[in-house]
Design a protein around this ligand. Structure first.
Ligand SMILES: Cc1cc2nc3c(=O)[nH]c(=O)nc-3n(C[C@H](O)[C@H](O)[C@H](O)COP(=O)(O)OP(=O)(O)OC[C@H]3O[C@@H](n4cnc5c(N)ncnc54)[C@H](O)[C@@H]3O)c2cc1C
Length: 611
């Protein structure tokens, strides 16, 4: 069986503009309930969806990020000292560079029990909530009492060697057709696996990495995510849980599907250039149907009668134009495009099949990945937890984002249950956000987004430079900031008009949080509406999270948990992300010192936090 028979099913959902669409035909292999009818939205126009209820007349309370008494109100002085100690250790560069060897030696010298205790008194205690769902409950309730919610994140990672990681990646990202030579050379460089970048952990401090071992391991990850969803559901009534799609299946499928989506989108832009529309934002680019038909015919892409049938859909082409959303809907069962489609390869100028073959085994692996995603989304809906799908590397991300969008179509019919993640360090972040907002409007489902800057910058840049494709990352930090604000603005404008959209501002950047608060005020968005959330990691930037929580803004901590020995890779990354040179770490140290001095001078050093 071929990818060609599955991708259309996955993508089919783009076609009907107002109705629910199946998540996938493969997901149907598992028992499935029909989703409730989505609310019928009004005409597609900016901010469609039910209007927001009248905002609260009282202004949002001010938030002061320098008031250390509020920021650290939930912490004992001992916890502040521990935080300071951890940040001081992270500032010792020679120590940091050898921290992995030091951890190994300490484990051997101290033995398991003492080592665990030492870690719990220091790094683990600072950044990890506990060993399991039971152990983390007190911390979750404590933070909640101070206005800060939790996004549970089971942080166990395999501590495998660099060589092992490379080996696993090469194996799990190479299709059988490539191995036996029949499909070799067809895949674009960006979407091929490269041994030098096989260890996806290299240069990444902000995110966890999963390597594919086998299907049983993916089932195991799914079980962990399910436990996490259940624990989130029982911990509070408005909680989130984070998942990563690379944990749920063989990444080969994500690579191939990402390539298909990228080629298809690029093909649209190529035709747009032919029609004199180079450089327009994605949502403003509209192809003239008559010219498009001529172009496709002259390229010999498929027969004339077939091309004509592409543009006879209920709404497609009524205006005489096709936009990128219409275009995406063309990879669809109705048009049987998948069977016929050839697209020009920009590098070779040759026409090539858009979709390639999967073996039976690969086909099964893909189905099981989709089933696992479906199982998680259903459970999240059942227990009233929002599911955040993390964004990952650019060679997987188009597929991850697209699969997440399919879940949103199916599950976000009444409220945003599934949140997609948008990485604003990407040059095309605004296009992705604006297209998905528009799609949600047209189809009448609830848009939910987590906005981040992005965790894989160094690795992405090196890979693009070495392998030889365009760097997907914005050229400067300033450009990423501008992109973040632009995307955020777009979503906030959407929220202003419609109660269907929500966003999580996932950032440790104080300026970004200030910008959000300012825009919320200007647009009349009140924190009690709970449409704009904030997210930070546990143990980092309490001076942002707690004042926000105390002022009534919905704010959440990513709460990692797991046994000490299994979260060491996570702790390594936290140490690197808090290294002394980081502006955020320096500011945190100053604020911690300020608060400790204040407590000593005011005789409240033994202060006991009470909500
Ligand atoms: C709750 C939460 C969830 C997260 N989920 C994800 C996720 O799903 N996927 C993911 O990829 N990341 C995720 N992250 C990590 C995030 O993307 C950032 O790596 C991290 O938060 C640092 O960004 P900042 O906005 O907090 O801080 P800042 O210090 O303001 O920003 C640092 C970021 O700016 C960008 N940047 C820095 N220098 C440059 C440059 N020269 N050119 C262009 N861009 C530059 C990089 O993205 C860098 O990570 C998450 C973070 C949080 C707090």
């Amino acid at each position: 069986m071929a990818l060609r028979s599955l991708v259309p099913a996955l993508l089919r959902a783009t076609a009907p503009r107002r109705g629910p669409a199946p998540f996938s035909s493969v997901a149907a292999a598992a028992p499935r309930e029909r989703p409730p009818e989505p609310p019928t939205g009004p005409d597609p126009q900016p901010g469609s969806g039910p209007p927001r209820p009248a905002p609260s007349p009282s202004p949002a309370p001010p938030v002061d990020f320098s008031n250390t008494a509020t920021a650290y109100q939930s912490r004992t002085s001992w916890e502040l000292l521990r935080n300071l100690l951890v940040l001081r250790v992270c500032a010792l560069e020679p120590l940091l560079q050898r921290h992995q060897q030091l951890l190994q030696v300490s484990q051997k010298l101290l033995g398991r029990h003492l080592f665990d205790r030492l870690m719990k008194m220091t790094f683990y205690g600072q950044f990890v909530a506990g060993e399991d769902q039971e152990a983390i409950k007190p911390l979750i309730h404590h933070n909640k009492a101070f206005g800060v919610g939790s996004i549970l994140d089971y942080s166990v990672e395999e501590d495998i060697s660099h060589e092992e990681a490379e080996e696993k990646e090469m194996d799990s990202c190479t299709a059988d057709a490539e191995r036996d030579g029949s499909g070799a050379g067809k895949r674009e460089k960006q979407f091929q696996v490269h041994r030098a970048f096989g260890d996806r952990r290299d240069g990444v401090t902000g995110a966890r990495t999963y390597f594919y071992a086998n299907e049983a391991k993916c089932d195991h990850h799914m079980e962990n995510f399910l436990r996490c969803i259940d624990a989130s559901g029982s911990a509070s009534d408005d909680s989130f849980c984070a998942i990563k799609l690379t944990a749920l299946g063989r990444p080969q499928f994500l690579l191939q599907f990402s390539e298909v989506l990228t080629k298809w989108r690029r093909f649209f832009h190529q035709i747009a250039i032919q029609q004199g529309q180079a450089g327009l934002p994605a949502m403003e680019t509209k192809l003239q149907v008559s010219e498009l038909q001529k172009s496709l015919e002259s390229m010999g892409i498929t027969a004339k009668c077939e091309i004509q049938s592409w543009f006879t859909g209920e709404l497609l082409g009524v205006s005489g134009t096709v936009d990128l959303l219409d275009w995406n809907s063309l990879i669809d069962n109705r048009t049987q495009l998948s069977r016929l489609l050839l697209v020009p390869n920009v590098q070779t100028g040759q026409l090539e099949p858009l979709l390639s073959h999967f073996t039976e085994d690969e086909d099964l692996q893909m189905k099981r990945m989709l089933q696992r995603i479906d199982v998680l989304a259903k459970r999240a809906l059942e227990v009233g937890v929002c599911l955040m799908v993390d964004a990952e590397q650019t060679y997987f991300q188009p597929a991850i984002s697209r699969l997440t969008l399919e879940m949103q179509r199916k599950f976000n019919t009444q409220k945003p249950v599934i949140f997609n993640t948008y990485q604003c360090y990407l040059k095309d972040a605004y296009d992705s956000v604006s297209l998905d907002v528009e799609l949600a409007r047209r189809e009448g489902w609830c848009f939910g987004a987590k906005l981040v800057r992005g965790a894989y910058m160094t690795q992405e840049r090196e890979r693009a430079a070495e392998v030889g494709y365009e760097d997907p990352i914005n050229p400067t930090y300033m450009a990423t900031n501008e992109m973040y604000h632009r995307c955020l603005n777009h979503i906030l404008e959407e929220i202003r008009h419609s109660s269907w959209a929500s966003v999580m501002v996932a950032s440790h950047n104080e300026d970004t949080v200030r910008f959000t608060l300012q825009r919320m005020e200007e647009l009349g968005l009140h924190p009690t509406e709970r449409k704009v959330y904030f997210g930070q990691l546990l143990g980092m930037c309490d001076q942002i999270s707690f004042p926000l929580g105390q002022a009534g803004f919905p704010v959440y901590k990513y709460v990692p948990y797991g046994p000490v020995k299994d979260v060491l890779p996570y702790l390594s990354r936290r140490a690197l992300e808090n290294r002394g040179i980081m502006k955020g770490a320096q500011r945190e140290r100053q604020l911690l010192m300020k608060e400790l001095k204040r407590r000593v001078l005011s005789g409240s050093f033994f202060y006991r936090p009470v909500a």
